[in-house]
Design a protein around this ligand. Structure first.
Ligand SMILES: [Zn+2]
Ligand SMILES: [Zn+2]
Length: 380
C-alpha cells in the first residue's frame, strides 16, 4: 500500500510553518484519537499515520530529508523501522502517567505540544540518531490492576549489534569539520544559525573500520525479553515508560524508550470507576424488610460482612469504605459501592403463600391499606 504524503495527511501545504504543522497535527490528533473513536480501526490507523507524519515534520532534520526524498528518506538506515513507530513523544517524562481519567492520552499529546511551544523539547537536537520509542500494549485483569504485577514481556526491536556492541565499529575519529560537536554554527549578522554537520551527519565522529555485521549502524534486529513491574492502581489508558528499552540508537547513540500501554479487562462482577468499585447485590425481600447480615466478595479475593439495614429499598447504595481500588496517585484505597436490588420470590410453597396472605391481612388491619390512587392523592 502506497504511503500517503505527510502534508496531505495533516491537510497542509508543503512549506507550512512549524506553527501551522503543530496546529494541523493537534486538530487531526484530536479527531482520530482512540479515546474519541473507541473500537474504530480506521481511526486508529489514521491516528498512527498522523503521529508518524508529525514525528517527521516537527523535526527540522527529518523534515528536510522528507522534503527532499519523500518516504524513501526513511526506508533504510536509521530511524523508522520499529515494529511500532513511536507516537511523537519527545522525551517528555510522564512516567507512570495516566491519571486514571481515561483521557490521559489527550493531556500527554498536549503537554508534548506545549512543551515544544514553551521552548522545551530539548534533547531533540541530537535525536536524529537516538533510537525510536516503542509501544507495547498490555491487557491485564482488574485483580492484577489492583495488586500490581511483575511479568516478562517479549518483543522484536532494533537492538544493539552484538558484534560491535552497538558502537558501529572500531577506531572512531573525531570529525574534523565540527570538532566533534555534530553541529556547525554560522553567524548571519546578529543571528547564529545552527545546522547538522554534513560531514558526520551530526554524530561528531567517524568510524574508521565500520562493523561488517551491521554496516556501521550498530543496530541488529533482536527479540527482547524484559521483566517489567506494573504498579498497583493502573487503569486503562495508563502509560508506563521504561527508559532506554526502545530501539537502539545509531552507532551507540542514546536508545529510545519503551512505553507500555495498559488496558484493564472488563470484570465479571466488579465495575470500576477510577478508585471506586461497584457491585450489584441482589437480596431477598425478607432480608430487605427485616434487615440482616450478608457476605459480598472483595477485589482482593476475600469476603466482607455487610449489615443490611431494616427496610432498605430497591436501588439503594451501601458504601464499604476503603474496599475499592488502589490508585497510582494515592495510598488511600477507593470505596466499594453495593447496588442493592430486591428479589421477589417466584416459587413459593403453599405454606409460604399462606404466610404471605396472613401477612397481607395483618398489614391491612394495621391501617396500611392505601391503594395506589390514595397514595397519588397524598403526593398531590
Ligand atoms: Zn556491528
Ligand atoms: Zn562533523
Amino acid at each position: 500500500m502506497a504511503k500517503q504524503d505527510y502534508y496531505n495527511l495533516l491537510g497542509i501545504q508543503k512549506g507550512a510553518s512549524d506553527d501551522e504543522i503543530k496546529k494541523a497535527y493537534r486538530k487531526m490528533a484530536m479527531k482520530y484519537h482512540p479515546d474519541r473513536n473507541p473500537g474504530d480501526k480506521s481511526a486508529e490507523e489514521k491516528f498512527k499515520e498522523v503521529n508518524e507524519a508529525y514525528e517527521v515534520l516537527k523535526d527540522p532534520q527529518k523534515k528536510a530529508a522528507y522534503d527532499q526524498f519523500g518516504h524513501s528518506a526513511f526506508e533504510n538506515g536509521m530511524g523508522s523501522s520499529g515494529f511500532n513507530r513511536g507516537q511523537g513523544f519527545s522525551g517528555f517524562d510522564f512516567n507512570f502517567g495516566g491519571n486514571g481519567q481515561g483521557f490521559s492520552g489527550f493531556s500527554d499529546i498536549f503537554s508534548d505540544i506545549f512543551s515544544d511551544f514553551m521552548g522545551g523539547g530539548s534533547g531533540r537536537q541530537q535525536s536524529a540518531h537516538k533510537g525510536e520509542d516503542l509501544r507495547y500494549d498490555m491487557s491485564i485483569t482488574l485483580e492484577q490492576a489492583f495488586s500490581g504485577l511483575t511479568t516478562e514481556i517479549s518483543f522484536r526491536r532494533n537492538g544493539k549489534c552484538k558484534k560491535c556492541d552497538g558502537k558501529g565499529g572500531e577506531n572512531k575519529t573525531t570529525c574534523s569539520r565540527c570538532n566533534g560537536s555534530g553541529v556547525i554554527n554560522t553567524r548571519h549578522g546578529f543571528f547564529m544559525n545552527q545546522q547538522v554537520c554534513p560531514e558526520c551527519n551530526g554524530l561528531g565522529y567517524k568510524i574508521v573500520n565500520p562493523c561488517r555485521e551491521c554496516n556501521g549502524t550498530g543496530i541488529a534486529v533482536e527479540t527482547k525479553k524484559l521483566e517489567v513491574k506494573i504498579p498497583s492502581g493502573v487503569d486503562s489508558g495508563t502509560r508506563l515508560r521504561v527508559r532506554g528499552e526502545g530501539e537502539a540508537g545509531f552507532a551507540g547513540s542514546e536508545p529510545g524508550d519503551l512505553y507500555i500501554y495498559i488496558t484493564v479487562k472488563k470484570h465479571k462482577i466488579f465495575e470500576r470507576d477510577n478508585k471506586n468499585l461497584y457491585i450489584n447485590v441482589p437480596i431477598n425481600f425478607t432480608t430487605a424488610a427485616l434487615g440482616g447480615d450478608i457476605e459480598v466478595p472483595t477485589i482482593e479475593g476475600t469476603k466482607a460482612d455487610v449489615k443490611i439495614p431494616k427496610g432498605i429499598q430497591n436501588g439503594e447504595k451501601l458504601r464499604l469504605r476503603g474496599k475499592g481500588m488502589t490508585s497510582l496517585n494515592s495510598s488511600l484505597r477507593g470505596d466499594m459501592y453495593l447496588n442493592i436490588s430486591i428479589e421477589t420470590p417466584t416459587k413459593l410453597t403453599p405454606h409460604q403463600e399462606d404466610l404471605l396472605r396472613q401477612f397481607e391481612e395483618d398489614r391491612k388491619n394495621n391501617g396500611d391499606n392505601k391503594n395506589f390512587f390514595d397514595k397519588i392523592k397524598d403526593w398531590l
